[in-house]
Design a protein around this ligand. Structure first.
Ligand code: C5P
Length: 236
């Protein structure tokens, strides 16, 4: 899909910090270098929706990572309210009824819904224990195909899953990928990391990066390096 998205807009910086003041400071430090931010549950319970509105007022895009999972009626009402915030992306778990309700409720609002296929802390044995007779890889692909058939806008996937998903859904679903590390960087608690260039080459459309940017000695330089790498890989 990808080369039509400007490289700068393909980096989503995760504002994974305890307070909204901390998040505001990061946004100020990154200035015009970064155009897209992720606000997750930690921030939502600490004033994150107000921050989302502020960012939108500053012409930034916002990924509100809510990972909704509930009965269709409740999901639908939640999505209608999220759509009014003006955020670009939000997430739901990629279960048929949840995705169906979310897509219907977002209507033509411009809000894009991403499906969380399988949480990355779960492996094949976790799924077996839950009575699911598929490997995590198979379930990711099955849910990505369902997401496409239900007219979802995209999925969250590791860079390792991106190529397989991309091969099946082509450019019809956006692939949004966390677990990115610059070559030689500290992997922290991420187990299966990839560099920005490899993730883009594997078919990821957007990269979600938190610690390698927000904990860098020079966050603006770290973000700029990632965007340069995205640009080089996208036009290769
Ligand atoms: O600091 P780091 O770059 O590892 O953060 C990645 C961001 O993406 C965090 O906000 C994390 O919660 C999120 N994420 C992830 N792995 C997933 C899904 C989301 O790291 N499978």
């Amino acid at each position: 899909m990808t080369s039509v998205i400007p490289p700068r807009d393909r980096l989503i910086v995760g504002l994974d910090v305890p307070t909204i003041e901390d998040a505001r400071n990061i946004v100020q430090t990154l200035g015009p270098t970064v155009s897209f931010y992720k606000i997750g549950m930690q921030q939502v319970f600490a004033g994150g929706l107000e921050l989302a509105r502020e960012l939108i007022d500053q012409n930034k895009q916002v990924f509100l990572d809510m990972k909704l999972l509930d009965i269709p009626n409740t999901v639908s009402k939640a999505i209608e309210n999220i759509a009014q915030l003006g955020v670009t992306f939000t997430t739901v778990h990629a279960y048929d009824h949840v995705m169906m309700a979310a897509v219907e409720a977002r209507g033509s609002s411009g809000l894009q819904i991403l499906g969380v296929t399988v949480l990355t802390n779960m492996d094949d044995s976790d799924l077996a224990r839950m009575g699911i007779g598929m490997t995590a890889g198979e379930l990711v692909l099955t849910r990505a195909k369902t997401a496409l058939s239900l007219k979802m806008d995209g999925v969250i996937a590791s860079a390792h899953e991106a190529a397989a998903i991309h091969a099946v859904v082509g450019s019809k679903l956006k692939i949004v990928t966390p677990g990115i590390r610059l070559a030689g960087g500290d992997v922290q608690d991420q187990k299966r990391v990839m560099t920005p260039a490899l993730a883009i080459s594997a078919g990821s459309d957007y990269l979600v990066v938190a610690r390698p940017v927000i904990q860098a000695d020079d966050p603006q330089r770290a973000a700029a390096m990632i965007i340069e790498e995205i640009e080089a890989a996208a036009f290769n």
